[in-house]
Design a protein around this ligand. Structure first.
Ligand code: GDD
Ligand code: MN
Length: 386
């Protein structure tokens, strides 16, 4: 299911135009009021790419209807640079969506992005491409590896930039920890690594989205010095910082199913009371034997938990005809996983108590915590198949 507002890059099989005329490389140049830079950047990039992959690349300017008419100036360059295309957007705005829209229209096997304002040194493009040729899925220009840096940044700006990176590391370590410069807006990625993955263009930082949602084993980094802007003005405001944090939190929730886990926990808790209640009826009111009462009450609790999880915790996955048809199968799997959890629970309590001499109740709490994760994870992956 594609979340609302998410954008998807197709794999080439699904794009008829791409099948007709595939290319090696598509480079997006997002622009907003870059009239003073557009000619120079297009000229330099064309010169560089003509040296390595002539006729096998395209440059795509994605302009958000700039008041300085960047789109018009870009169109005037097309006769001289026939591999240039211009997308003028009038209904959507923002850097991230500009990049994704550009990639959606692109025909390349490798997709890239570079700023139009010449703050990203164009020559680095050759090294970035070299890494892709060697096999990297993601090739990033970084200010924080050898050969990289910033030119004349104030202490405050450096501090803010590092602070943002630390925050990212705290919230999303498995993604940010792989990138020395997660804020980079200068990189290339293989289409195959992000094809059919819904990308949510919340943030300004499209690289984080790509690294988090893409299937990326090899990340290569090339140092570059972030140059000062000569012409035009930056579009960054405090709003980008807020969006950055929102972006991190959103990715956190989507990479770890935090909400689902909490719901699963609540349902599990409800099961304890169902179990006790049924046990009371069977044992005390009806006088049924201890073992039979225990097994029956557990099974009723499992059924209770299954139903709540099926309609609530995983409700989005079990709806529809297909979902109804497989409900019984999910229930059986749920039962088996809970049974395996019970066995593990017993083992952990015994080991902690008998081998490590840990207090019985603490051992029990540890076992419950472990088994809750166990049950959640395997039910997520096997019963509801996320
Ligand atoms: N289409 C479109 N729409 N393009 C935009 C928009 C927008 O809303 N906002 C900015 N751009 C374009 C600019 O015209 C420029 O080519 C590029 O995106 C980067 O925007 P800048 O405003 O120059 O950003 P910056 O220099 O502060 O930020 C740079 O540094 C970051 C690293 O800290 C950019 O390179 C970022 O991509 C990079 O992540
Ligand atoms: Mn810039």
């Amino acid at each position: 299911a594609v979340p609302t507002g998410a954008l998807v890059i197709s794999d080439r099989e699904n794009v008829t135009s791409a099948l007709d005329n595939p290319l090696k490389f598509s480079l997006i140049i997002p622009t907003f009021n870059e009239g003073q830079n557009i000619k120079e950047i297009v000229t330099i990039l064309s010169g560089l790419l003509d040296r390595i992959i002539p006729d096998e690349y395209e440059l795509i300017v994605v302009d958000d209807d700039s008041p300085d008419r960047t789109w018009e100036l870009a169109c005037e360059l097309i006769p001289t640079y026939p591999q240039l295309q211009v997308m003028r957007r009038t209904t959507e705005r923002g850097l991230s969506t500009a990049v994704i829209r550009g990639w959606q229209a692109a025909r390349g096997e490798v997709l890239g992005v570079i700023d139009a304002d010449l703050q990203h040194p164009p020559e680095i493009l050759l090294q970035l491409w070299g890494e892709i040729v060697k096999g990297a899925e993601l090739s990033v220009a970084s200010r924080n590896v050898e050969g990289g840096g910033v030119s004349e940044w104030s202490i405050v700006r450096r501090f803010l930039s590092r602070g943002a990176q630390m925050l990212g590391l705290a919230i999303l370590p498995e993604v940010i920890g792989r990138l020395s410069d997660p804020m980079s807006g200068y990189f290339m990625v293989r289409r195959s690594a992000i094809a059919n993955k819904p990308l949510s263009p919340v943030g300004y930082k499209i690289l984080i989205e790509v690294a988090a949602r893409g299937q990326i084993r090899w990340i290569a980094e090339t140092g570059y010095v972030f140059r000062e802007r000569v012409a035009g003005a930056s579009k960054v405001t405090w709003k980008q910082y807020v969006e950055y944090i929102q972006h991190l939190v959103r990715l956190r929730f989507s990479l770890w199913p935090v909400t689902r886990f909490l719901r699963f926990g609540v349902v599990g808790f409800s099961g304890v009371f169902v179990d006790l209640g049924v046990f009371y009826v069977l044992r005390t009111l009806l006088g049924i034997g201890l073992t039979r009462s225990t097994i029956l009450s557990s099974e009723v609790a499992i059924l209770n938990n299954f139903l709540w999880n099926d309609v609530w915790t995983f409700g989005d996955l079990s709806r529809g005809q297909e979902g109804n048809r497989k409900r019984f199968r999910r229930f059986i799997k749920f039962n088996l996983i809970c049974l395996s959890g019970l066995i593990i629970n017993t083992l952990i309590v015994n080991v902690l108590f008998n081998v490590f001499n840990i207090n019985e109740y603490i051992a029990k709490l540890i076992a419950i915590a472990v088994v809750t994760f166990w049950n959640f994870w395997f039910n997520l992956k096997l019963s509801w198949r996320v």
